[in-house]
Design a protein around this ligand. Structure first.
Ligand code: SF4
Length: 384
C-alpha cells in the first residue's frame, strides 16, 4: 500500500501530465457536470485557456481536485489524450490506460449574492483553486494599446468576449464584496488575491492595489486567511513599505529570465519598465517585506530549461521565491499555436523548485490553490 508521500508523487505526476497536455471532455461529461448544479462554472477574469467554447448556459469545469487535494487547471484541448468522464456515478480523469477518481470545487453561495448597489458579487470576486478569492482590477492592460502585450497573454480578447467582471473595482466595493464572500465561505477561503492589468503610471497602479488591500485589511480577517498581490513593481520603491503594512505577500512576474527572450516575449515589460529595474525592485521588496514574502513569476516553456532554472536559483539567492506557471497556449494570444512544454521539461522544473523550496524554507504563493503552477506540489516534495 502506498503511503501519503508516495501518493503525492503519483498525483504530482498526474498534474504534470494534465498541465503538459491539457484536458478534453465530452458532451456526456458536460451534461452531468451541469446537471449536478453544485459545481463551480469556469469564469474568465483575465484569460482564456480553452480551445472549444460553449454557449453561456453550458457549465465547463474550471479546476479539478485530485486526491490529497491537489488542484489542477482544466485547460481544454481538443486533441489531449487526457479526458474527463463520468462513469458509474463517479467522475474520473484518464488517458485510456490509467484513471483517477476526481472531484470539483463547489459553486460558492456568494455567487448568487448582491452588493448594496444591486450588482452581483460574482462581478467583483472570483473563487479560484477552491480556496482563493480573487479580485482582478483593472481589467485592461495598457501594453495592449501599443501592441506591446506579453505574447502569451489573452487578457484583452477574453475581456472583450467572455468576461462578466467589472473593469474597475473601487476599494470600498472590494471590501464589501470580500466581506460577504468570506462570511459565506468562512471554512473554505485561505487566500485573498489582488491582481490587475498594468496602467501607464506604475506608481498610481500600485497605490490603487494597496488601497484595495488596505480596505480589505480593515475587515477582521481570520488568521487563516492571507492577503496577496500580483502586480508590476512600482517606480517608487518606498511603496513597498506601505504594502508591507498590509501584511501581504507580493508576486512580481518577470516571466522570462533570458534577457533577449524577455524582450521578445514581454516587450512592454522589457522596454517600458526594464529588466534591471525589475531586479532592483525585487531587492527593495525583500528589504521591506522580508525574505520569502516576495515572489517572482516565471512562465515555464518559453525559454530554454537552463535559463529558467538559472533564473529560479538567481531570484532565490535574493530571498525571492520562484513561482512558476506552466505555459498554456491560449487562443487569442500571439502564442495560440506555440508548442507547450514537454513533460520532461516541467518535471525538471518541478524538481529544482522542490530543491529551492526545501533549501530556503520557502512556502508557495497562494499555497494549495495554484492550479497552473507546480508550487504547492514542489513544496510538498512531489518531484524529488
Ligand atoms: S503585463 Fe503582460 S501578462 Fe500581464 S496583463 Fe499585461 S500583457 Fe497580459
Amino acid at each position: 500500500m502506498l503511503d501519503t508521500k508516495d501518493n503525492l508523487k503519483v498525483y504530482g505526476e498526474y498534474k504534470l501530465q494534465l498541465l503538459a497536455n491539457g484536458i478534453n471532455y465530452d458532451k456526456l461529461f458536460l451534461e452531468e457536470y451541469s446537471r449536478r448544479g453544485k459545481f463551480i462554472e469556469k469564469r474568465r477574469a483575465y484569460g482564456n485557456s480553452d480551445e472549444q467554447m460553449f454557449s453561456k448556459d453550458i457549465k465547463v469545469p474550471q479546476e479539478i481536485i485530485l486526491p490529497e487535494g491537489l488542484v489542477v487547471a482544466v485547460n481544454q484541448r481538443n486533441n489531449s489524450k487526457w479526458r474527463l468522464y463520468f462513469e458509474n456515478e463517479k467522475f474520473y480523469v484518464g488517458d485510456g490506460i490509467e484513471k483517477l477518481e476526481i472531484s470539483f470545487p463547489e459553486r460558492p453561495t456568494f455567487y448568487n449574492e448582491l452588493l448594496e448597489d444591486g450588482r452581483g458579487i460574482s462581478r467583483i470576486v472570483t473563487l479560484y483553486g477552491n480556496a482563493t478569492l480573487g479580485i482582478f482590477s483593472p481589467g485592461h492592460c495598457y501594453y495592449w494599446n501599443s501592441g506591446d502585450e506579453c505574447k502569451f497573454c489573452s487578457l484583452q480578447p477574453t475581456r472583450n468576449n467572455q468576461a462578466d467582471h467589472e473593469m474597475f473595482i473601487k476599494p470600498s466595493i472590494a471590501k464589501e464584496a470580500i466581506s460577504i464572500a468570506l462570511n459565506k465561505e468562512k471554512n473554505r477561503v485561505k487566500h485573498i488575491l489582488i491582481n490587475g492589468g498594468t496602467i501607464k503610471d506604475y506608481d498610481l497602479g500600485f497605490k490603487k492595489h494597496i488601497e484595495v488591500l488596505e480596505g480589505i485589511r480593515k475587515l477582521e480577517l481570520p488568521d487563516s486567511v492571507q492577503t496577496h498581490l500580483i502586480s508590476m513593481p512600482p517606480m517608487d520603491f518606498n511603496l513597498f513599505d506601505r504594502l508591507a503594512k498590509t501584511n501581504s505577500t507580493i508576486a512580481m512576474d518577470i516571466e522570462i529570465f533570458d534577457e533577449k527572450l524577455f524582450d521578445e516575449i514581454c516587450p512592454g515589460k522589457s522596454n517600458e519598465y526594464g529588466r534591471d529595474r525589475f531586479i532592483n525592485a525585487f531587492k527593495a521588496a525583500v528589504h521591506s517585506l522580508g525574505k520569502g514574502n516576495v515572489y517572482c513569476g516565471f512562465v515555464a516553456g518559453l525559454e530554454p530549461l537552463e535559463s529558467l532554472i538559472e533564473g529560479m536559483y538567481f531570484v532565490a539567492s535574493l530571498g525571492v521565491v520562484p513561482a512558476v506557471n506552466v505555459f498554456h497556449n491560449d487562443p487569442g494570444s500571439h502564442f495560440a499555436n506555440h508548442e507547450r512544454p514537454s513533460l520532461d521539461f516541467i518535471r525538471e522544473v518541478g524538481k529544482h523548485m522542490s530543491i529551492i523550496y526545501r533549501d530556503n524554507d520557502f512556502t508557495p504563493f497562494i499555497k494549495d490553490t495554484g492550479r497552473n503552477s507546480l508550487d504547492t506540489e514542489a513544496y510538498l516534495g512531489c518531484y524529488l
